[in-house]
Design a protein around this ligand. Sequence first.
Ligand SMILES: [Zn+2]
Length: 361
Amino acid sequence: MNTLLHPADRRRPALGLGLTVLVALAALAPVPAFAHGPDPLFGTRTWYQNQVVGYTWASGYVPPSWMIPAIDAGATDVGESRASRAATFARQSGAPSPVAYSATMPCPSYAIACVDRTGVPVSFAGLWFRPHGWTFDWGTLRWCQAQSTFTDGCYDVENVMLDELGHIEILGHHVNYSDGSDFTDAVVQASAHSRPKAGWNQHVFGDCDVARLELEYERQTASDPVSDCLNLATALSLSISPTSVYVGATVAFSSTLKITLDTTTNRAMAGDPLSRRSVLLQRRPLGSTTWTTVTTMYPSAATDGLYTVLWSPTATYDWRALFPTPANEGLVGSTSAITRVTVSGCSGSGCPSSLILGAGQ
Ligand SMILES: [Zn+2]
């Protein structure tokens, strides 16, 4: 079997089958998966950033009319919830990537849908939906959209399409906590939930799907939040000019905040700047260990990750910048190196003009 064929979305997580899936994923994924970590990798090749991937119906295997809007809605959900530069998907006639509704398909016998992402980044080899009414050993497959009123136990086409396109992006099945309490942190799940179980009709990628998409494709902009499913280290610099002044002179403080340049852990986001965060300027008296926040630095509108402020120190202090660990995104706070600014008094003709004006008027 092609190793990129994904046995996705079986209903019953039979133990033997589950282990088979996990072993297959482990063989494919160089990055270890932790419970509640980013989804594991499924394959190695990504699409290009923001690539628009066209799909079309496989010849002779066009889905029924009740199913088509939900399939297309699932593709739209990718673009609306990817929170990254991951590929988007759109149905286009003549596109090389086929989507099929078919009784004959290469999916494992227990799967309600599956994908083969061979061909990325030119195209994918296939995405298959098992037909409504198909008989498995566990029962009969019912797609919700085939019913005039959804009944419990049906599967939501739009949710399953979003899961399958997650695989097409590069997402493996999320590793849940053993009690499954974090199920809705990912749509890309080994066993889709049928109505009315948690997440059965979730139409946006979860935090841990987004985390992997951010790692592989980057965020759209430097001010976008980093998924809470991550815990990325940050690096904060501080440059000060000048570092020796007279009392009353103005000193320029400038900081740059980035995700650390660790490509093993931070992957495509390694070294990316972080804009519009809260970066504080702190000082402490010589010999002290206690830092005092002087001001919040101003985010630059022109340069990603840059924060600046002008300040007039009244005495000699040590200075640093601080990025506190934010409560609402997957970043770890950091501090800059420490720099001393020496301040001396002034008298006579060598004094800065601002001080002379200040004293004389
Ligand atoms: Zn899946």
